[in-house]
Design a protein. Structure first.
Length: 375
């Protein structure tokens, strides 16, 4: 499915908790090798999403039954989240402010429509979600809170939200150029194109990191483009707000497996440099059309990330500047890994990047390829 929206519905990342069959009460493995044995024997991957089993390599792959006590806790948590949502959404009827013009995406729990502000005529993206079908309501709340708090030219802007019974409307900036995934799968990107996308993404990351926010799910699906060449970061459900104290870190395994940094996979404490690793993997996506290990199942990919460190890739056709940029992003030693601010002055970005308008021919070509493929 392809769509143009500020709120992707497909390819959801996931939070996983690992539980060894030999030690059912322990959620954290002694080592990553516990996660992947021959045929994954002896290890159960529990995804915090009830009664759902999916096969896609980018979605949850196994679900567990919740105990009655756990279900009670979930109901209490959901009640708290709903009360917080009611406190931040706009009161009233959204149809008094926005006109819906047609569906552009859909998923198991909702749809995305193009809308129009009745006063200004501005086109918007409206995500309509049935909260009863949302197992991770806290991710929705987290995304709204982050986007309300932080606005930046390289971030998809939040505009409004409404709660109508069990249906949540989230109104956001509409980007009509599709996702970076469309570009890299339908076209061939030059190093100048890659540098331009990286520069715009780094500007978003430098801003978030300056606010002590980690995105934790940088990948091509979460980069949206406008027909004017604008490049913007979206999907803030897994963002983490760090303390201004540099010693405060996270250790939750969150994100999409193929883009995860080794320190996340290994359950070590981590900070905002996990986003830099993921940017490096996204750069490889733009070079090769997909991230490393995409042909492997998610558990095997996690194992390979933890054991191999920096992934192998063809280097003979890449410039020295791009190779050094990748080395800076995909440095396994976290203190030596570059920051967003330092990468913005890297010679690959400075010498190779172009104005965002240089991306317009690629965006139009990708749109045409998609249309002809759907015809």
């Amino acid at each position: 499915m392809r769509y143009v929206t500020a709120l992707p519905l497909a390819y959801h990342p996931f939070v996983v908790f690992f539980q060894s069959a030999a030690h059912p009460g322990r959620q954290s493995p002694d080592s990553i090798t516990e996660l992947v044995g021959s045929n994954n024997n002896g290890t159960r991957v529990t995804v915090d999403e009830p009664n759902v089993v999916r096969n896609s390599h980018k979605t949850p792959i196994l679900a567990s039954r919740r105990s009655p006590n756990c279900r009670r806790m979930v109901r209490l948590r959901d009640s708290h989240i709903l009360s917080r949502l009611r406190a931040i959404v706009t009161e009233g009827e959204p149809s008094n402010k926005y006109e819906t013009l047609g569906r552009i995406g859909h998923g198991a729990s909702g749809i995305v429509q193009i809308g129009r502000d009745l006063k200004t005529g501005q086109r918007v993206a409206i995500k309509q979600m049935n909260l009863r079908k949302q197992p991770k309501k806290e991710l929705i709340l987290n995304e709204i809170l982050v986007m309300r708090a932080y606005r930046n030219p390289n971030i998809v802007n939040y505009l409004d939200s409404y709660l109508l019974g069990d249906e949540l409307w989230v109104v956001m900036e509409y980007l009509d150029g599709g996702s970076l995934t469309d570009i890299l799968t339908e076209t061939c990107m030059s190093e100048a194109h890659i540098a331009t996308v990286c520069r715009e993404t780094l500007q978003a990351l430098e801003f978030l990191h300056s606010k002590h926010v980690i995105h934790r799910d940088i990948k091509s699906d979460n980069i949206l483009l406008g027909l004017d060449g604008a490049v913007k970061l979206t999907d803030f459900g897994f963002c983490a707000q760090l303390s201004s104290d540099q010693d405060v870190k996270r250790n939750t395994m969150v994100g999409t497996p193929y883009w995860m940094a080794p320190e996340v996979v290994s359950r070590k404490q981590y900070g905002n440099k996990v986003d830099i690793w993921s940017l490096g993997i996204m750069t490889l996506e733009m070079i090769e059309g997909e991230p490393p290990y995409l042909s492997e199942n998610p558990l095997k990919a996690l194992y390979l990330i933890a054991t191999n460190g920096k992934p192998h890739f063809r280097k003979d056709h890449l410039s020295p500047e791009l190779l050094d940029f990748l080395d800076c992003c995909l440095e396994v030693d976290v203190p030596k890994r570059a920051t967003a601010a330092s990468l913005l002055t890297h010679r690959f970005i400075v010498n190779k990047s172009k104005p965002v308008q240089s991306l317009i021919p690629l965006i139009l070509l990708a749109r045409e390829q998609i249309r002809s493929g759907n015809a």
